[in-house]
Ligand binder design. Structure first.
Ligand code: F6R
Length: 607
C-alpha cells in the first residue's frame, strides 16, 4: 500500500505532487507528505490524516521547487503520526517508499554500530539513513542509492531526492509497482499510471529489481544485476478525469448505482450482440483440455471466486479449488500442467495475489486473470487478462467491481460448459438470454433503495449482525458481512444457513439481526427452516427474497427486502445490490467515513 509520486518538472512541484497523490489516496490515507528541491535546498512538509491536511498545511507553509517526491501512507511500521510520515529525510536525502523493508532491524543494528540513531518507528527511515551513510563515505547520490537498494530485502517501490540535485530522482522497484512517466522535458514517477494521467500518457513500467535514474530529459534503467535494461515506453489509454460523485453523496453510492451500466458493458464485451456463446478475445483457451481450475484472490474478489466455484462445478462439471492468496502462496499446493490458474483482482496489484500468480508460473497450463485495471501487474504477468470493464472504482469497499467480476466469471463458466459439452445449446441460450436481461433487473433492484434504507436504519443500532445464505447465496452472505463490517464497523459474519446450528446459533437472541439471502430457488425451503430456527430464538430476521419467497415465508420476520425474479444462476449478482445498499445505508446512519473507512486502503500492495 502507500502511494508514491515524483516529479522533475517545469512548474512548481507541490501542486502537481498533491494532485497526483489525490489519485493515489485509495492506497492509504494515514498521512501524506512531500519533499522538494528548491535552488538546491531540500525541504519537506508532512501532515497526519488525509491529504487535505497536507494541502491546508501547504497553504500556510508553501514549499517551492520544481522537483519533488510525495507520499500517501497506509501505516505498516509505526503509528500514523507526522514523525512517521514520509518523505523520510536523513541529511541530504529524502525517500518515499511503498512496501515493507523486511530486514530493517538488521540494517538498523548495522547503522547503530556506526553511531547512527533513529527518529521514527518506520522501516523506511533506515533507507534514508543508510543512503546518507553511504553519501558520507564519499559515494555519489546515485551510487549511494543503488548501494542502499542492494541491501534491502522485502517489497519496495522507492523514490530518492537529494539536496543540491534539482534534476535527479533515483527510483527502484521490487515487489511493488512503479511507473515512469515521460513528459516534455519533464519526467514523473508514480505508483501507478493513473496517478500520472493528467501529466502524461507515455509510461515505462519498471520490472522486478529495476532501478532507474531520472533527469528531466533522460531515463536510465538498470536491472537487479546492474546491467542497462531496455524497457518499452507505451502510450496508454487512461481515464484522465478524476471521477466525481455526480449527484451522489459518496463514491460508493455512485458505484452501486452504476452497476446496470458497467455490468451491461462487461456482458457485451464477452457476449457480443446476437451471440449465445461466450467469446474470449485473443486466446485459444479450451476448458475441455483441462482437469482442474484453481482460483486465487483476496477479500471481495475471493468471494467472487467462491461463487464461481458453484458455477464451474454445476454448469461445467469442472473440479475447482478456491484459495485466499495469502494462504495459497505459502502452502505450496501441487499444480499440474492440466490446471488453469485463475486470479481475480480489482486493482491487479494485490501483493498476495500477485505472489500466488508467480508461484503458478511454469506449473499451470495457463495463467488467467480477471482484473479491472488492464495495465496492472497481475494483468501484465498473466497469459490471458480478462478485463471486467467496471471503470475506476474509488470507494474503498468494492461494489461494482464485484458484480462485474461475477458477470465475467459466470461467462467464463459458460464458456467452460460449452467447451466441455456439459450444457446443451438450449441451456446455453437460456443463460445468455438471462445475462442480457440482467442490467434491467439490477435497475429494478436499485429501486428498492428506500426500503433497504429503512432496514439499514434498524441495523445501525446492532452490535453484531449475521448473514445467512445457502448454495450460491452462501458466498454472498460472507460478502454482505464483509461490506457491513468494513464500512459501518459493526461486527458481522456470513454463514452457510445449514451451518448455523453447529455453533453460531448460540449467538442468537433478541438483539441479533440476521439477514437471510434467499431467492425462491431449489434450496429455499431448507434456508427457510434455518430462518425459523433463528426466529424461534427471537433473532430478528431481515428476509431478502422475491415475491414468491416473501409470500411464503414472511410471517414473523422483522422486515423484508423485495427482489425481482431472476434466473437462479444470476441470483448472486442481483442480490449483491441489497447487500451493498444495506451496508451503505447502515454506515451513513452511523456517520462513518463510507468511501475511506478507517484502517483500510483500496490497493493492498503489502503482505
Ligand atoms: C472489500 C475489498 C477488499 C478487496 C481485496 C482484494 O470491499 O475491496 O476485500 O476485494 O483487498 O483487492 P483486489 O481485488 O484489488 O485484489
Amino acid at each position: 500500500m502507500c502511494g508514491i509520486v515524483g516529479v522533475l518538472g517545469q512548474h512548481e512541484a507541490a501542486p502537481i505532487l498533491v494532485e497526483a497523490l489525490k489519485r493515489l489516496e485509495y492506497r492509504g490515507y494515514d498521512s501524506a507528505g512531500i519533499a522538494t528541491v528548491n535552488s538546491g535546498a531540500l525541504g519537506r512538509r508532512r501532515a497526519v490524516g488525509k491529504l487535505v491536511n497536507l494541502s491546508d498545511l501547504l497553504v500556510h507553509d508553501p514549499l517551492p521547487g520544481k522537483s519533488g517526491i510525495g507520499h500517501t501512507r497506509w501505516a505498516t511500521h509505526g503509528a500514523p503520526s507526522v514523525n512517521n510520515a514520509h518523505p523520510h529525510k536523513a541529511g541530504p536525502v529524502a525517500v518515499v517508499h511503498n512496501g515493507i523493508v523486511e530486514n530493517y532491524r538488521e540494517l538498523r543494528a548495522e547503522l547503530a554500530e556506526h553511531g547512527i540513531g533513529f527518529e521514527t518507528e518506520t522501516d523506511t527511515e533506515t533507507v534514508a539513513l543508510m543512503t546518507e551513510h553511504f553519501l558520507k563515505s564519499g559515494l555519489s547520490p546515485i551510487e549511494a542509492a543503488f548501494k542502499t537498494i542492494d541491501r534491502l530485502q522485502g517489497a519496495f517501490a522507492l523514490a530518492f531526492l537529494f539536496d543540491g540535485q534539482d534534476d535527479l530522482i533515483v527510483a527502484a522497484r521490487k515487489g511493488s509497482p512503479l511507473a515512469i512517466g515521460h513528459g516534455d522535458s519533464e519526467m514523473f514517477v508514480g505508483s501507478d499510471a493513473i496517478a500520472l494521467a493528467p501529466l502524461t500518457n507515455k509510461i515505462t513500467y519498471l520490472e522486478e529489481g529495476d532501478r532507474a535514474v531520472l533527469t528531466r530529459t533522460s531515463l536510465e534503467i538498470r536491472n537487479e544485476a546492474g546491467e542497462l535494461a531496455n524497457r518499452e515506453m507505451r502510450k496508454i489509454k487512461l481515464d484522465h478525469a478524476r471521477a466525481d460523485k455526480g449527484e451522489h453523496k459518496h463514491f460508493m453510492a455512485k458505484e452501486i448505482a452504476e452497476q446496470p451500466i458497467v455490468v451491461a458493458e462487461a456482458i457485451r464485451s464477452y457476449m457480443p450482440t446476437g451471440a449465445d456463446q461466450v467469446v474470449l478475445p485473443d486466446t485459444d483457451l479450451d476448458f475441455s483440455k483441462l482437469d482442474r481450475l484453481t482460483m486465487v484472490a483476496c477479500g471481495t474478489a475471493f468471494y467472487a471466486c467462491l461463487t464461481a466455484k458453484y458455477w464451474f462445478e454445476q454448469l461445467a462439471k469442472m473440479p475447482v479449488e478456491v484459495d485466499i492468496a495469502s494462504e495459497f502462496r505459502y502452502r505450496e499446493p501441487p499444480i499440474t500442467d492440466r490446471t488453469l490458474a485463475l486470479f481475480v483482482s480489482q486493482s491487479g496489484e494485490t501483493a498476495d495475489t500477485l505472489a500466488a500468480l508467480r508461484y503458478c508460473e511454469g506449473k499451470a497450463d495457463k495463467i488467467v486473470s480477471v482484473v479491472n485495471v488492464p495495465e496492472s501487474s497481475i494483468a501484465r504477468e498473466s497469459d490471458v487478462a480478462l478485463p471486467i470493464h467496471a471503470g475506476v472504482e474509488i470507494g474503498v469497499a468494492s461494489t461494482k467491481a464485484f458484480t462485474c467480476q461475477l458477470s465475467v466469471l459466470l461467462m467464463l463458466a459458460l464458456k467452460a460448459a460449452a467447451d466441455r459439452g456439459t450444457l446443451s445449446d438450449e441451456e446455453l441460450a437460456d443463460h445468455a438470454a438471462a445475462l442480457r436481461g440482467l442490467p434491467s433487473v439490477l435497475n429494478t433492484a436499485l429501486d428498492q433503495n428506500r426500503a433497504i434504507r429503512k432496514s439499514a436504519q434498524r441495523l445501525s443500532e446492532a452490535r453484531d449482525v449475521l448473514f445467512l445464505g445457502r448454495g450460491l447465496m452462501y458466498p454472498l452472505a460472507m460478502e454482505g458481512a464483509l461490506k457491513l463490517k468494513e464500512i459501518s464497523y459493526i461486527h458481522a459474519e456470513g454463514y452457510a444457513s445449514g451451518e448455523l446450528k453447529h455453533g453460531p446459533i448460540a449467538l442468537i437472541d433478541k438483539h441479533m439481526p440476521v439477514v437471510v439471502m434467499a431467492p425462491r430457488d431449489a434450496v429455499f425451503d431448507k434456508t427457510v427452516s434455518n430462518m425459523q430456527e433463528v426466529m424461534a430464538r427471537k433473532g430478528k430476521v431481515i428476509l431478502v427474497s422475491d415475491d414468491d419467497g416473501i409470500a411464503e415465508a414472511e410471517d414473523g420476520v422483522w422486515s423484508t427486502i423485495r427482489m425481482p425474479h431472476i434466473h437462479p444462476s444470476l441470483a448472486p449478482i442481483l442480490y449483491s445490490v441489497p447487500a451493498q445498499l444495506l451496508a451503505y445505508h447502515t454506515a451513513v446512519a452511523k456517520g462513518t467515513d463510507v468511501d475511506q473507512p478507517r484502517n483500510l486502503a483500496k490497493s493492498v500492495t503489502v503482505e
